[in-house]
Design a protein around this ligand. Sequence first.
Ligand code: F3S
Length: 277
Amino acid sequence: MKIVLAESYGFCFGVKRAIKIAEENKNSATYGPLIHNANEIDRLKNDFNVALSENLDSFKASDTAVIRTHGIPKQELSLLHERQVNVVDATCPYVTKPQQICEDMNSQGYDIVIFGDEAHPEIKGVKSYAADHVYVVNSPDEIDALKLREKVATVAQTTRKLEEYQQIIIKLMSKHKEVRIFNTICNATFDNQDAVRELAQKADVMIIIGGKNSSNTKQLYSISKEYCLDSYHIESKDDLQTNWFDHKEYCGVSAGASTPDWIIDEVIQSIRTLNNS
Ligand code: F3S
C-alpha cells in the first residue's frame, strides 16, 4: 500500500520555525507557549531543557527568553532588553510584518485600524507598535463608533478570513479618502485544507491525526470524509485498526496544526507495520 503525506500538514511554517529556534537554545524558557500542545511543550522541556514561563518578571539578566510565535507587546520586549535578558525572537515573520506596518504608518500620521480580537496575544502585540490613534475592530459596524482622522491604514489578524476583512475595507473606504490596505492574513490553515482536499480525492483510505477537540483537525477530517468515505480521525498510533487498511492501495495522511511531526512519524511507521503484518 502506498502511504502519502498531504503536501501541507501539521505545524505551520511559523510554529516549525519557532520550535527549531527553541531547540537551538537549550536551557532557556519561552515567554508564553510556542504551541497549544502539552506533549510538545513537555518534549521541549525534557529533551532541550526549554521551560515555559508566562511571567515576564521570571526572566533575569543573562537568562534566555524565546519570544513566542504570536509576538509580545513592544514595551515588554524593551523591558526584557533593559533587564539584559538574552532575547531570542521566534515571533512568526507573518506577525512581525503587521507590527512593522503599524509602527511605520502610525509614525507617518495614519490612524491604524486592526481587524482582529483585542484580547488575542497577537493583536495585543501588533497594537503596541502604534504610539496612538490605534483601534481594534471585530466587525464593520464597530468602525462607525470610531473618531478616525483623515488618513487610515489597516491590517488584519493573521488568522482572519479574507472575506470578512474585505467588509472592513469596504466600510473604511466608504468613509475615508485615503485608506492604506495591507493584507496580513496568513494562509497556513487554508493550505492544510486544500492539501487534504486534493489527497482525499486520490486515496482509498485517509488518516487524519490530531486532538479530538482540535477544531482545525475536525475541519480537516470533515473535508477528507467528503471525498474519501474511509477517513479516520485519530489522536495517535494507538487508535489505528488493522482492518481499515484491508484491500487498500493508497493511504493518505494529514494532521492538524498542533500535531507534532514525531506523532505523525509514529503513525506512519505503525501503518507500515500493520500493512505488512
Ligand atoms: Fe503560523 Fe505564522 Fe501563519 S505562526 S498560522 S505561519 S502567522
